[in-house]
Design a protein around this ligand. Sequence first.
Ligand SMILES: Nc1ncnc2c1ncn2[C@@H]1O[C@H](COP(=O)(O)OP(=O)(O)O)[C@@H](O)[C@H]1O
Ligand SMILES: [Mg+2]
Length: 396
Amino acid sequence: MGAGARRDASKDRELKQLRALMDMAALVNSTLNIHAIQRRSVDAAAKLLNSETASLILIDQETGELYFEVALKKGARLKQVRLRKGEGIAGWVVEHGIPQIIHDIRSDRRFFARADQVSGFRTKNMVCVPVKTREKILGVLEAVNKRKGTFSPEDMELLVAFSHHVALAIDNALLYEDNIRHLVMRLREEKQHARERERILKDLHDGIGGITTNISLLADLAQDASSLEEVRKTLSTISELSREGLSEIRCFMNSIDESRVDWHTLMADIRHYGSTCIEPHGIRFRVRETIRDVREPPVSILYLNLFRIYKEALANVLKHAKAKTVTVALDVRPERLLLVVKDDGVGLGKPGGSGRGLRNMKARAWELGGTLTVSSRSGTQVRLELSLPLRLGAEQ
Ligand SMILES: Nc1ncnc2c1ncn2[C@@H]1O[C@H](COP(=O)(O)OP(=O)(O)O)[C@@H](O)[C@H]1O
Ligand SMILES: [Mg+2]
């Protein structure tokens, strides 16, 4: 063969290799599954360098250990082998970032024999190159046992070129996995929010919807009323209802304003509502509050229902108790919430006389996955207990 023909043959080989490299790079980058990338990279590296086998060894970003899957001889079973940081030729290449050709593996003291023991494979020679992105090293790629002759510097060059594509594929796959994890978390939160919104809407419909319906019925009645006295009475009920409606709306607005809903604001609202509702009647009003290490802020549905229970409890004190003092205690801890409204009034009277107010309070407590008890021993005590984080009644 003349010099020209030799040059042509070597050009030909180069072109063929380049084509193969491009094909392999495309194949490796056509999936986001890290195991598929691993498998395809290994196959491609072995093919590109005409070697018996190949390995892709990755760094466990948490421990710094290296791990790879070796094919066991019989069947296509895989087993994961782990190397400590810096161990083996792979560990050396990771540490130094320099590609290596090793012609006689047995005489290289860096050689880590356990992979051969596990796989039953006998490593003779290899090319080992780092797999790295611009920011960090992800692992190494090894081609093992050249089928004919020994590995050449061109082989190493080819593997280095290929390793860039492998790095890109792995980096993408890891990013993708990360994104998926985030997305799953976001979806879970979204679902929770949607459920909460649904409850609030239903609540609005029952609460404010009921009040406005009542007002319009009463207004119709008032139009047909025969006496001024009757009209006055109806008007007074209407104004009471509309006040109630306004208070509901305020409470609702507060509960959905995410910027203001935290435990301390809830406490402040409890205190403010209590003193403006109770003190004008000449009744003493006291609050005891504890908030301990609570990280999760109160969700809207909690704020809303807690407040309604509280309002009804205070309304009952004004209506029935003839009390001198009302004491409210709110105690919030990471695992539970306790609200107690206690008065020193006449007590519940005959048991079983439970009207709509108490029934509603209990239903709301149940909605929040908690319990409400009313007891009467020198006055009346309403006690609401919820476990946190909230587990809504219908989900249990
Ligand atoms: N703090 C209280 N002090 C005395 N009696 C109460 C108190 N709370 C509730 N009660 C009694 O329990 C009954 C049921 O209350 P509730 O279900 O709220 O209905 P309502 O307030 O419409 O009467 C009241 O009628 C009253 O007799
Ligand atoms: Mg009542």
